[in-house]
Each structure stands twice: as structure tokens, then as C-alpha cells.
Write a protein that binds this ligand. Structure first.
Ligand code: TEU
Ligand code: CA
Length: 528
């Protein structure tokens, strides 16, 4: 028997945009509870919730002001307990987002640190003078605090001050938080930007176009030590798992992170298939770049967290598929890719019904702090209005955050009130209710794929063996003992041939045999 977290499919919920139970326009925990049966029917086994803790929402919950309470917008602790219980009744495990690189500036620790109230004086990183580091959302990583008359470090928004991992008291507090949630019965954590916790120096570092200073905060020795300690003192005492979100790691560093206590990591190399190194430097998507990065990680990392979408990334069908001409086909082809690679697959809410990027027309509709910051910086750099909007349209995180499209009714059935972020106007065409009813839909294809995977030892555990990486086509095998499954994916709008023949187990085009010829965006799993 493998570990359960290697065998189950994860479903990521962005609670704010999932389902609103009380008409205030904000998704909530009772909304999630109301959808548990559908998620069970889809076949997923783990639900990862983006943060639901108390937060002033500068970064939609990734700025936590109290790790021990639920944001009232989302419900109460009693609702959360009920969610954990009702999920358990259906054998669904709940994974929490653990954001410990920083807190909110409204967290009690920070409020006390500002006035040097012990023991919080050194919970954060304070300096009399800023260095030249630049942060994830652009601009300086330092903000002056009037009360303390010093600058504090924040790798993200100024509302997200970084915790000081040179202070053992910080780690002690973090351990308490983790135990609290594990004792409640959650099954693990998705650890936000976990490889930047420890800052080994505050020297300027060499000049760079993005993330200056990173040689002192990415994957530093101190971070590995922190992880080992969390594993030893907390995680190893529970039947739980962790997936680390890791920025700029190589497979070798991923291995080291896993040896230090994480069970798997989200890497980002395949997310560069349509940009140069940073997401804002746009270039045209090329399937081969995506395939190469995936194959590299498949063959080099110990165990992958496989994903094509999350709450920070554009929608995959708009980005790697064709949401205009081959919406259904390309969404299905991407599903085959996601669910047949080796590792734990992560489906992001809406991906299973082929939700697309937003159709907003101006910044007035944008809510994401990263988008507004970057847009302002690009303006200062005198980039044209047109190019700036293109950047936002293609890459804004709000693309993935528009409300879940449950039906063709008002507000896509997400809420009876005005949603916090505009619904995509394609909801009458793209929605769960219709997808559920239509046997040949994307949702039903996901359901069949997940069921197939859940019942297939070779897909869950088999080796990954690449067999063909073309410009538009990827083919590989999964092998366990003498069982062999072939997988082929065409990510182009043209007919392609590929070295694949066999009997189809699952095909995007309802095919029974593979004969080496593929239709646009055709993909299949087949027996060799
Ligand atoms: O994201 C970390 C991270 O690397 C992102 O900032 C990434 O660079 C960006 O989103 C790409 O557009 C995590 C969370 O997933 C994100 O939602 C948070 O904003 C961030 O950490 C800060 O907590
Ligand atoms: Ca609500």
C-alpha cells in the first residue's frame, strides 16, 4: 500500500469564489459543505482550501491576522468543524493552507512588534535602513513604520510582513498553530512559499530585473533546518502530508526539501511555457516548452505535485488549450495530461468544467493586489496602456478567481447577491449544471478519468517513461511490473501523427483504437 496522499486526487477550493450560501457575494464554508456530494462524485479524495482564517484581505486571506479563527465572511469555527466532519463522513480529507512566511500587518504579533512589546519585538525583520531587495509583487520589500520608526521587510505586499525565523519563538508559535489544526482533524498543509522563510543575510545582492536579493532568501540552509524541526516535532506525530509551494527550485533542491520534511513540492518551471522567467514577460505558448518542463520534473523529482492551474495562474484551457475553437476538446486533452502523469494530481475549482480566463475589459473590474501593483509599476516604466492591459488580461490572477459557474441562472448560481468579483459572461454556456447533465461533457470526462486513475495501480504508482516529445505532441508510458499504459496528448489545433497504437482505455474523441493519427487536441490513455 502506498501512502494515501500518493493515491488520491486533490481538489483545490478558493473559498471566496466557490459557493456563496448566504447571498453576500462571497463564497463561504457552508457553500463548500453544500457541494461535498458533487466533489465526492467527481472522485477526488482530498480538498485543499485556500486560506479561510481571519484576514483583512489585502491578499485574499494570504495575509492572516489570526491563525486560530475563521474569517467571519466565510463562517464560524463551528462551520469549519462541521466541514471537517461532513467531509470525513465521505472519506474526503481536508488540507489547510499554511501561510507562515508572513502574517498580516494586523496580526497581534505585528501590532505588538511595532511597539516593541515582548515577546514580539523580534518576531519580524526590522531595520533602520532598507536594502535594495525587490519583492514578488514588484517594488521595494521595505516599508517604514511610523510607530516603531523602523523599516520592516515584506517579500509580498506591505500588508504581509515577513516573520523572523532567526527567532526561535517564531517557530514555537508556528508549531502551536500547526498542532491546533492537526488536532482538529485536518489531513495536512499546503505550505505557502515555503522555501523563502529563512533570510541568511540582508545584503543587497546582485542587481536583477526581478527579486533582487534572492540569493539570500531562496532555499537557504536555515529553511531546511526549519522544515526538519517542523517534521520532527509536529508533522511526524500525525498521519498527515505537506505540499510545499516552492519558488525557483530545481529538481535537486526539491529533493532536498523533501528530505527535510515536505512530502512533495509545487514547482513552476512548466508555468514558464508562455513567458520568459517572470510571468509578465510574455511570449507565445509553445506546447513543447510545457512538455519538456513536465518531462524533466517527472524524471527527476522524487514525487511530483502535478497541476496545470491554481488560484495564481490563468485558466489552462485559455492558456495551453484553445477556449474559442476547441474548448471541449482541449479541456479534455489537458485533463488527460494532468491525470496521467506520475505524482499527486491537483484539480483547481472550475478546471473540471473548462472555465476560461475572465472577459473583463478594464482595470476597474480587477481586484487582485498583484495585478494592481504591477499595472502601476508598468505605468511608471512608460509601457503603453495597450501592452499593460494585455499583461493583465493574459496573466492576472483574477483569471482564476472569477466565481465558480454552477448554472446558467443569475450570477451563474454562485450567489444570490452581487459577487465580489464579476462572473464570466460565458456562464450560460460553461456551467456545472449543464456539464453534469451532458454525458459527453468535460466534467463527465474528468469523472471517468479520475475513476480510472483511482482504480489503476499503474497510473498511481507506475514509472514514468517518456516516449516522444514533439512540437505539439507528448507521448509517454506508465509502467508497473508487466503492466504498460500509453498516454498521448496533442496540444494543437491541427492533425498530428505520433508513435502510438493500441486499445483506448479513455479517449477525448471516443475512439476505440489508436492508430497513430490524432485529431486536433486529441488525447488518450491506451493499452499497449
Ligand atoms: O504565491 C507565491 C508566489 O510565488 C506568487 O506570488 C507568485 O509569484 C505569483 O502569485 C504569481 O502570479 C503564494 C500564494 O499562492 C499567493 O496567492 C499569495 O499571494 C502569495 O503566496 C503570498 O502569500
Ligand atoms: Ca457568503
Amino acid at each position: 500500500m502506498e501512502k494515501w496522499w500518493k493515491e488520491r486526487v486533490v481538489y483545490q477550493i478558493y473559498p471566496r469564489s466557490f459557493c456563496d450560501s448566504n447571498g453576500d457575494g462571497i463564497g463561504d464554508i457552508r457553500g463548500i459543505i453544500s457541494k461535498l456530494d458533487i466533489l465526492k462524485e467527481l472522485g477526488v479524495g482530498i480538498l485543499w482550501l485556500s486560506p479561510v482564517y481571519r484576514s483583512p484581505n489585502r491578499d485574499n486571506g494570504y495575509d492572516i491576522s489570526d491563525y486560530y479563527s475563521i474569517n467571519p465572511e466565510f463562517g464560524t469555527m463551528a462551520d469549519m468543524d462541521e466541514l471537517i466532519e461532513k467531509a470525513a463522513e465521505r472519506d474526503l480529507k481536508i488540507v489547510m493552507d499554511l501561510v507562515i512566511n508572513h502574517t498580516s500587518y494586523q496580526h497581534e504579533w505585528f501590532i505588538k512588534s511595532r511597539v516593541k512589546e515582548e515577546p514580539y519585538t523580534d518576531y519580524y525583520i526590522w531595520r533602520d535602513k532598507p536594502n535594495k531587495w525587490t519583492g514578488f509583487f514588484g517594488g521595494s520589500t521595505w516599508t517604514f513604520d511610523e510607530q516603531r520608526r523602523q523599516y520592516y521587510l515584506h517579500l509580498f505586499d506591505e500588508g504581509q510582513p515577513d516573520l523572523n525565523y532567526n527567532n526561535p519563538k517564531v517557530l514555537k508559535s508556528v508549531k502551536e498553530v500547526m498542532r491546533f489544526w492537526l488536532d482538529k482533524g485536518v489531513a495536512g498543509f499546503r505550505c505557502d512559499v515555503i522555501n523563502v522563510l529563512y533570510k541568511s543575510s540582508l545584503k543587497n545582492g546582485r542587481p536583477r530585473i526581478a527579486l533582487r536579493g534572492r540569493e539570500y532568501f531562496i532555499s537557504q540552509e536555515g529553511t531546511f533546518e526549519v522544515l526538519k524541526e517542523l517534521k520532527r516535532d509536529v508533522l511526524s506525530k500525525y498521519d498527515c502530508f505537506t505540499v510545499g509551494e516552492t519558488v525557483m527550485v530545481s529538481p535537486e533542491q526539491a529533493k532536498k526539501l523533501c528530505n527535510s520534511g515536505l512530502d512533495m513540492v509545487f514547482s513552476f518551471e512548466h508555468m514558464d511555457a508562455d513567458c520568459f522567467f517572470i510571468k509578465w514577460l510574455l511570449r507565445r505558448f509553445k506546447p513543447k516548452r510545457l512538455f519538456k518542463a513536465l518531462v524533466k520534473w517527472q524524471t527527476k523529482a522524487p514525487w511530483n505535485a502535478v497541476y496545470l492551474e491554481n488560484h495564481d495562474q490563468p485558466r489552462s484551457v485559455s492558456r495551453f488549450g484553445d477556449d474559442k475553437n476547441f474548448h471541449k476538446e482541449s479541456a479534455k486533452a489537458l485533463a488527460v495530461l494532468l491525470l496521467s502523469l506520475k505524482g499527486t494530481p491537483y484539480v483547481y475549482q472550475g478546471e473540471e468544467i473548462g472555465m476560461t480566463n475572465f472577459d473583463f475589459e478594464s482595470m476597474a473590474d480587477i481586484r487582485d493586489v498583484e495585478s494592481t501593483n504591477v499595472y502601476a509599476i508598468a505605468k511608471k516604466l512608460h509601457l503603453s496602456e495597450r501592452y499593460r492591459w494585455r499583461m493583465i488580461r493574459l496573466k492576472s490572477r483574477d483569471n482564476a478567481r472569477t466565481p465558480m459557474q454552477w448554472s446558467g441562472e443569475t450570477n451563474a448560481g454562485f450567489s444570490s447577491g452581487e459577487p465580489w468579483l464579476k462572473v464570466n459572461s460565458n456562464y450560460e454556456r460553461v456551467n456545472f449544471k449543464d456539464e453534469y447533465a451532458e454525458p459527453d461533457s468535460i466534467w463527465n470526462f474528468y469523472k471517468r478519468l479520475i475513476a480510472f486513475r483511482n482504480g489503476s495501480e499503474v497510473l498511481k504508482r507506475g514509472d514514468f517513461i517518456p516516449s516522444y516529445t514533439g512540437r505539439d505532441v507528448l507521448a509517454f508510458e506508465r509502467v508497473l511490473g508487466d503492466e504498460r499504459l500509453g498516454v498521448v496528448v496533442n496540444l494543437s489545433g491541427g492533425r498530428r501523427s505520433a508513435p502510438c497504437t493500441g486499445v483506448a482505455a479513455l479517449s477525448t474523441h471516443g475512439r476505440e483504437r489508436l492508430d497513430g493519427e490524432l485529431q486536433p487536441y486529441e488525447a488518450a490513455i491506451f493499452w499497449r
